[in-house]
Design a protein around this ligand. Structure first.
Ligand code: P6P
Length: 339
């Protein structure tokens, strides 16, 4: 910002992006344009999500996506909306999407330097019961300026992300974004003017929290360490703020957003049935790990830092623990048997 001392709360997403990029070394406006296309996507998808119950686009298409899940029409609408917006300005070379088995190449022009990873509508099984859902995205830059892109361009550890964020279609629509090293900022949508306004400047996660978020229905399949952690959070101990409150929406974007703002821990660990957990590395774990670390939080598999993992497949799963540094550390101690 040109006047760092003055809070920017209330400025629009476009103004923030423009100001934030002024003076970015090597900024050619392409990155700015790409971020603005994502802002546009958020407006387009939120208008569809808000009418989902009315526009008769609920219900199954009868097809299934690469995840073997029933595809809700809203999933497809969100995916196509995002691909169209990202392809419009020619800055995005390719997209890895939860909805697409293979990469989608959007431009073979060598000047298209950016890559996007996305879950266009995460938590879609909650659409029919009107529970919050969201869009998750991350932006990488091609390692070298070449025509098009291939899967090797995406097999990069999450610490190489340039930006990451999510759009939460909750009681209000919020876009939360961080561009490498510039803090985490939340923009709330005002549908009466069709603008996102900065409402949460420089989000920082509390050092520790008093909420834990995990699907306890899987507890019979957890490892011994996770089970002992789960017992620990429920013990009565005022000095450590226990028992923690249990909050689990079953929608990553909602559970992660609450954890980011309130602190505590979200975990989808590996279990005997899902050896690598359920969540996807490229377009769920990595963007959230990037955001949580930028907000002073931690993100691990329970044993290693998410952002250090070099992917080997587009849709590979990974155990994911997100949260306050103190709470993630305790979880990891239980997992490695140090507690
Ligand atoms: P479970 C939603 O389907 C999702 O992909 C994430 O949004 C959410 O965190 C997780 O799965 C919930 O999974 O097994 O607890 O229903």
């Amino acid at each position: 910002s040109l006047q760092p001392s003055i809070s920017r709360v209330g400025i629009t997403l476009e103004a923030y992006i423009l100001e934030g990029m002024i003076g970015l070394p090597g900024a050619t406006g392409a990155f700015t344009s790409l971020l603005n296309q994502i802002g546009l996507t958020a407006k387009l998808i939120t208008s569809k999500v808000r009418r989902a119950g009315l526009a008769n686009i609920l219900g199954y298409t009868g097809e299934t996506n690469v995840q073997g899940e029933q595809v809700q029409k809203l999933d497809e609408v969100a995916n196509e909306t995002l691909l169209n917006a990202l392809g419009r300005r020619g800055h995005c070379a390719a997209v890895a999407s939860e909805e697409l088995e293979e990469l989608r190449i959007l431009s073979t022009d060598p000047r298209a330097r950016y890559l996007v990873v996305t879950d266009p509508l995460d938590g879609s099984s909650n659409i029919d019961v009107n529970i919050s859902i969201g869009t998750i995205f991350g932006i990488l830059r091609k390692a070298e300026d070449k025509a098009g892109a291939d899967i090797s361009d995406f097999m990069r550890p999450g610490h190489e992300l340039l930006a990451a964020g999510y759009i939460l279609y909750g009681s209000s629509t919020m876009l939360v974004i961080t561009t490498a090293g510039s803090g985490v900022h939340g923009f709330t949508y005002d549908p009466t003017v069709g603008e996102f306004f900065l409402s949460h400047e420089n989000i920082r996660i509390p050092e520790r929290g008093a909420i834990y978020s995990i699907n306890e229905g899987n507890s019979a399949r957890w490892t011994e360490g996770v089970r002992r952690w789960n017992a620990w959070v429920k013990e009565e101990d005022k000095a450590t703020g226990r028992p923690y409150a249990c909050r689990y929406v079953g929608s990553l974007v909602a559970d992660a957003h609450r954890t980011l703002l309130k602190g505590g821990i979200f975990a989808y660990p590996a279990d005997q049935k899902s050896k690598n957990g359920k969540l996807r590395l490229l377009y769920e774990a990595n963007p959230y790990a990037f955001i949580f670390e930028a907000a002073g939080g931690r993100a691990s598999t329970g044993t290693e830092r998410i952002l250090d993992i070099t992917p080997t497949e587009l849709h590979q799963r990974v155990p994911l623990v997100l949260g306050s540094p103190h709470d993630v550390e305790i979880f990891e101690e239980f997992v490695r048997g140090a507690r």
